[in-house]
Design a protein around this ligand. Structure first.
Ligand code: ADP
Ligand code: ADP
Length: 232
């Protein structure tokens, strides 16, 4: 098992309030890890620590150690823009940019200088859309706005956007809760296809979904990880 991220004894505070207590976990690309538990128990808080999304919350304070490939992501040497490419995030509500489908996917590779030529960029866009299971639906409408797609397509576009910068880890925060059952099933199938290549963490409050998509489950309750092991 190739461990991508390790968290050790993580505590998170919002001002004086402790939202997460002493959480430790390893994630690897061999397993999809599900974070499960009732609303308000700290799942999103922990997920957002894994790519320093919580940095945008002024009151948030993170203690403990979170490492990506052995490197502490909260230590001074870490480039946070780079980190968020290596550890991509997909949100509950699909949030494509109000740009073309092509430009949604090309956005990250442009910022990170991943394509030297237009042909390189075309290849990245096509490969990312293929991997996100969206190429057949998108290939004849690459110039259309991403926001004109259906909800399920928008969410797969957001996954393609994350994939385009070649991440090691993909964090998904209730990626299906705004979607209908058919779109949900497609995302769940996609997650299974992506396993092995990316370390995937999915926050869900749906036990059935955790059982369908994950191999490891972490149960949260009142800011504590109360159980962690193989999904049964
Ligand atoms: P969910 O039910 O999906 O967890 P919430 O309504 O709890 O959504 O949170 C929505 C947003 O508000 C999140 O970005 C969360 O970080 C933020 N949030 C949640 N609780 C508080 C709070 N007490 N004060 C400020 N922001 C909060
Ligand atoms: P979950 O994802 O399990 O629903 P969260 O991580 O969103 O839980 O929230 C955990 C706790 O932290 C909750 O009590 C929530 O109100 C609080 N919280 C979340 N975001 C913020 C925030 N930005 N400011 C203050 N409190 C927050």
């Amino acid at each position: 098992v190739t461990t991508k991220m390790t968290a050790r004894n993580v505590n998170v505070y919002y001002g004086a309030k402790q939202a997460l207590k002493d959480v430790s976990i390893d994630v690897s690309q061999e397993n999809v890890t599900a974070f499960i538990g009732p609303s308000g128990c700290g799942k999103s808080t922990f997920l957002r620590c894994m790519n320093r999304m919580n940095d945008t919350v002024a009151s948030a304070r993170v203690e403990g150690e979170i490492k990506l490939d052995g490197e502490d992501i909260y230590k001074g040497g870490m480039d946070v823009v780079q980190l968020r490419a290596r550890v991509g995030m997909v949100f509950q509500k699909p949030n494509p940019f109000p740009k073309s489908i092509y430009d949604n996917v090309a956005y990250g590779p442009r910022i990170h200088g991943l394509a030297a030529t237009k042909a390189d960029m075309d290849a990245i866009v096509e490969g990312s859309l293929r991997r996100a299971g969206l190429w057949d639906e998108a290939k004849d409408r690459l110039g259309e706005s991403g926001t004109a797609m259906s909800g399920g397509q928008q969410q797969r576009l957001c996954i393609a956007r994350a994939i385009a910068v070649d991440p090691e880890v993909i964090l998904m925060d209730e990626p299906c809760s705004a979607l209908d059952p058919i779109a949900t099933a497609k995302i769940e199938e996609l997650i299974d296809e992506l396993r092995g290549r990316y370390a995937i963490v999915i926050v869900t409050h749906n036990m059935q979904q955790a059982a369908r998509v994950s191999q490891k489950t972490a149960f949260f309750h009142l800011g504590t990880m109360v159980e962690y092991g193989d999904t049964s």
